[in-house]
Design a protein around this ligand. Structure first.
Ligand code: PGA
Length: 256
């Protein structure tokens, strides 16, 4: 079983001073107790300062997206190589907000997964169905298609794979998947990883979508759930750290 990961996706939120205080609070928690692996994904302009606040700690830095090309005339975009240079170890890829507002389809997601690997960043791939897709009984079909496209873009000898199952209807809505709904999707994703990337020994399937200190304990207690990708509740130290502390001690035995 992989060591759990709790990741904060700050999206387009916070002031710089708030971002640094939050990073420092997470860093203090990481120093204090044996806990899950931790990842913070600030907006681009805050990456370097937050990276500085986290330097030497076991809290990893991640970007919220990246451009598929390593450099060039792409005004406004940021390359994986640049993110690695400012200390990122992860990049979120395929978040539903990118798919919806920036028209990133499965091919665009796959291109970003390739770009992340080229820049030696771990891709945190997000997949998830919309409410109409769930109501039509197409959840697993959608999740498998999205995860399949992203997995094919991972190198065939990849050692670790991180996927977040985030039902679109649960993101920022206060509605949350039941533990059974999450476990079913997680199982399907894990099966697909095993089939398509058998070299991956460290496979983490996170849950995301309205995770709060109240909803986290039941989700994180399920053996199919290897952690959480947290949006709204990651913007305040007390709620994020309450989620971090909700990871059952029994899951913390081994390092990934
Ligand atoms: P939320 O966002 O926790 O605010 O629902 C999760 C995400 O979008 O990753």
């Amino acid at each position: 079983m992989a060591r759990p990961l709790i990741a904060g996706n700050w999206k387009m939120n916070l002031r710089l001073s708030e971002a640094i205080s939050l990073a420092e609070a997470v860093r203090r928690e990481a120093e204090k107790a044996d806990g899950p692996d931790l990842l913070l994904c600030p907006p681009f302009p805050f990456l370097a300062a937050v990276g500085e606040a986290l330097r030497g700690s076991r809290v990893a830095l991640g970007a919220q997206t990246l451009h598929p090309e390593p450099k060039g005339a792409y005004t406004g975009e940021v390359a994986g190589e640049m993110l690695a240079e400012v200390g990122c170890r992860f990049a979120i890829v395929g978040h539903s907000e990118r798919r919806q507002h920036f028209r990133e389809d499965n091919a665009a997601v796959a291109a970003r997964v390739r770009a992340a690997h080229r820049a030696r960043l771990a891709a945190l791939v997000c997949v998830g169905e919309t409410l109409p897709e769930r109501e039509e009984g197409r959840t697993l079909e959608v999740v498998e298609r999205q995860a399949g496209a992203a997995l094919e873009a991972h190198p065939s000898d990849v050692a670790s794979v991180t996927v977040a199952y985030e039902p679109v209807w649960a993101i920022g809505t206060g509605r949350i998947a039941t533990v059974e709904q999450a476990a079913e999707a997680h199982q399907a994703i894990r099966r697909l990883v095993r089939e398509t990337r058998p070299s991956a020994r460290d496979v983490r399937v996170l849950y995301g979508g309205s995770v709060t200190p109240d909803t986290a304990p039941a989700l994180l207690a399920h053996p199919e759930v290897d952690g959480a990708l947290v949006g709204g509740a990651s913007l305040k130290a007390d709620s994020f750290l309450a989620i971090v502390r909700a990871v059952p001690k029994a899951r913390l035995g081994r390092s990934a």
